[in-house]
Write a protein that binds this ligand. Structure first.
Ligand code: MRU
Length: 349
């Protein structure tokens, strides 16, 4: 039993687990160019807010090693252009631009091109390592909340393969499994692209967690029929008042948790917070191609030319979120007041 990983960085080579091919094929692909990285992110070969940030950071640092610029000013100009290009690949998860901004910021004061190149690589590795330790802390905090529960529901894949390791919403299940605490996880399949059935079920099976698959439309019935005690999800962007963008269908689960009077937890690292936005109405929601809905595994399931609305994310109002679990601690309402307090503290302080 082992926890799967999706991003490999070794000897200047960047390889990602092709999540489009899971669960039938386990294949790692090398990303060489900026276009490879952009394509891997937009086509969901690599997905999940922290994982796309880490991949973009390595990708940018890697291509910057080959810039043919003569001055540091030209180097920084090229870096800025490439960061904007990658940052445009997916708009909702703030971790992507957060990671690219970290790279840009780390070289603003550098004097030589070689120094800038070295610092970019170092910073990408830092982002990767920090995410792993953040996810481990999130898992421990989440276990402290979920420890008394057994049957927990989740949606999408906020797991190890969506991060550096462990995941956010799935971290307590991996850590619980290591520590002898066995959860019964109910995974929503997550239409339209099945991150729940293809990825979460596969990932949890890899680490020996008891997981049961349901379709998204079975969530309400299952909460009652199976006695679900809590719901935990990841996040793509959490704004100042706690409103949270996450995979489409998350809002349904939050409303169900409210109706059934069970806790609804969001798990995310501090890199997923965007305190420049005051409320969820201002979050840009990615809309994806119609074929994700009109076709399933390449087979057409709707009449030709069907009109489609395909938002990849929804926004759950903070008022439906029992607590937000971060690597620095657990944040309870009132979020406007408490998010800055927890994010400004060191872990556990
Ligand atoms: O479209 P995806 O698969 O990238 O959406 C992923 C999610 O919504 C996750 O819940 C979120 O990014 C958190 S991953 C730790």
């Amino acid at each position: 039993m082992s926890i799967p990983l999706s991003i490999e960085w070794s000897n200047g080579q960047l390889r990602i687990l092709d999540q489009q091919k899971l669960p039938l094929e386990i294949e790692y692909v090398a990303l060489e160019t900026l276009e490879d990285v952009y394509d891997a992110i937009i086509t969901l070969k690599v997905r999940g807010a922290p994982a796309i940030g880490i991949t973009a950071a390595y990708g940018l640092a890697k291509v910057a090693q080959h810039y043919k610029t003569n001055t540091i000013e030209e180097f920084l100009e090229q870096l800025k252009k490439d960061a904007i290009y990658l940052g445009d690949s997916r708009p909702t998860a703030v971790n992507l631009v957060w990671a690219l901004d970290r790279l840009s910021n780390t070289v603003q004061q550098t004097v030589t091109i070689q120094e800038a190149k070295n610092r970019l690589l170092e910073e990408a590795v830092n982002i990767h390592k920090e995410d792993e330790s953040s996810c481990q802390n999130i898992g421990e905090f989440a276990l402290s909340l979920l420890g008394k529960h057994t049957r927990v529901m989740t949606i999408c894949n906020a797991g190890s393969i969506a991060t550096a390791k462990y995941g956010t919403a799935l971290a307590p299940f991996h850590l619980g499994s290591e520590q002898g605490k066995q959860f019964q996880v109910y995974a929503c399949e997550t239409r339209p692209v099945f991150q729940g059935s293809r990825l979460t079920v596969w990932e949890l099976q890899q680490s020996g967690v008891d997981v049961t698959l349901i379709t998204d439309s079975m969530a309400a019935h299952t909460i009652g029929a199976k006695g679900i005690e809590a719901i935990i999800v990841g996040a793509d962007r959490i704004v100042a008042n706690g409103d949270t963008a996450n995979k489409i269908g998350t809002l349904n689960l939050a409303l169900l948790a409210h109706a059934f009077n069970i806790p609804f937890y969001v798990a995310a690292p501090s890199s997923t917070f965007d305190l420049t936005i005051q409320n969820g109405k201002k979050i840009r929601i990615e809309e994806r191609p119609a074929e994700e809905i009109t076709h399933v595994a390449g087979k057409q399931v709707a009449p030709p030319n069907t009109k489609v609305f395909n938002p990849a994310f929804d926004v759950t109002p903070g008022k439906y979120i029992t607590a937000i679990i971060t690597e620095k601690g657990i944040i309870y309402p009132e979020y406007n007041k408490n998010i800055p307090i927890i994010l400004d503290t060191e872990k556990g302080a």
